[in-house]
Design a protein around this ligand. Structure first.
Ligand SMILES: Nc1ncnc2c1ncn2[C@@H]1O[C@H](COP(=O)(O)OP(=O)(O)OP(=O)(O)O)[C@@H](O)[C@H]1O
Ligand SMILES: [Mg+2]
Length: 270
């Protein structure tokens, strides 16, 4: 199989003109830099959650995944990944629209950096769409919706509407599991039939910020993602420029624990 792309987290293999094998590795990136130490098992969590959500959002937007495609996974093998069945997905090869479609229900993360006078976890009356460019190298930059629309045209309106619908749907689902969905990002592309498809990952802790609703009520903002890593590297004073520092084993195991616990909460409660 031909490895056609290595993203920060995923490896993409071409199966044929129409299909790709996406493998979620255990690589971790923070501040857009990939760390030398993987988080063993993280890719399995990402794939399980993406599959789970893709099956539930079909009524809102079709995705690059489909049960018949996924069934083919059993016939594939990649020597590097003995656990391919758990971390791989066979998907439709799409023409990716180069924007990260970010939706926020609350002000957190990079939003606070861009809006220093807004208090953390200020709830937006209705979720806001804050797209960013998908830089092929380096950092993704926030762009106005108007700039996105000037670049890609009316499809921007469709992507915004779909992103908001997906976010509202997941907000409701997560709230039933006692989880506050703070923000998330999506990628879309054109499928073989020219239709818009959701691609990449979906409501994973790499793409989304989840916080326990009971924590939010108490003003505790511990999210189920790589926040542990960000806190650690900030504490040791890393300048956020490559190379990323090595991670102590307890930081690695705590991070994996966080990823696994949000997976359980979502997939087992609902
Ligand atoms: N169905 C699909 N068809 C084509 N490309 C896809 C599909 N799903 C995901 N991708 C692409 O696969 C890559 C996934 O890799 P990953 O998420 O690790 O990359 P990234 O670090 O976020 O971004 P980059 O690709 O810019 O390095 C992304 O570039 C994404 O756009
Ligand atoms: Mg990505």
């Amino acid at each position: 199989m031909e490895l056609i792309h290595q993203g920060k987290v995923r490896d993409l293999y071409r199966l044929d003109d129409q299909r790709l094998l996406i493998v979620a590795t255990d690589r971790l990136s923070a501040y857009d830099v990939v760390f030398p130490d993987p988080i063993p098992g993280k890719g399995i969590v990402l794939t399980a959650l993406t599959r789970w959500w893709l099956n539930r959002i079909e009524a809102i937007v079709p995705s690059h995944g489909a049960p018949d495609l996924d069934a083919e996974l059993a016939s594939l093998s990649v020597s590097k990944w003995p656990d391919l069945a758990d971390r791989g997905m066979v998907v439709e090869c799409c023409q990716v629209i180069p924007y990260e479609c970010v939706v926020r229900g609350y002000a957190f993360g990079s939003y606070l950096k861009d809006h220093p006078d807004v208090a953390p976890m200020t709830r937006f009356e209705t979720p806001v769409f804050t797209p960013s460019t998908k830089a092929s190298k380096g950092h993704d930059e926030p762009v106005s919706f108007e700039a996105m629309r000037a670049d890609i045209g009316e499809v921007a309106d469709a992507l915004r509407a779909l992103s908001l619908s997906l976010f509202n749907f997941a907000t409701e689902v997560c709230s039933r599991a006692g989880i506050t969905l703070v923000d998330t990002k999506f990628e879309f592309g054109y499928g073989q039939d020219g239709q818009i498809k959701l691609v990449d990952e979906c409501f994973t802790p790499d793409s989304s910020r989840f916080i326990l609703a009971t924590d939010v009520e108490q003003g505790i903002y511990d999210s189920f993602d790589k926040q542990i890593i960000r806190d650690y590297v900030d504490q040791i004073g890393w300048d956020r420029r490559p190379p990323a520092p090595r991670l102590p084993p307890e930081i690695i195991s705590k991070t994996l624990e966080r990823y696994r616990s949000i997976q359980q909460r979502i997939m087992e409660t609902l």
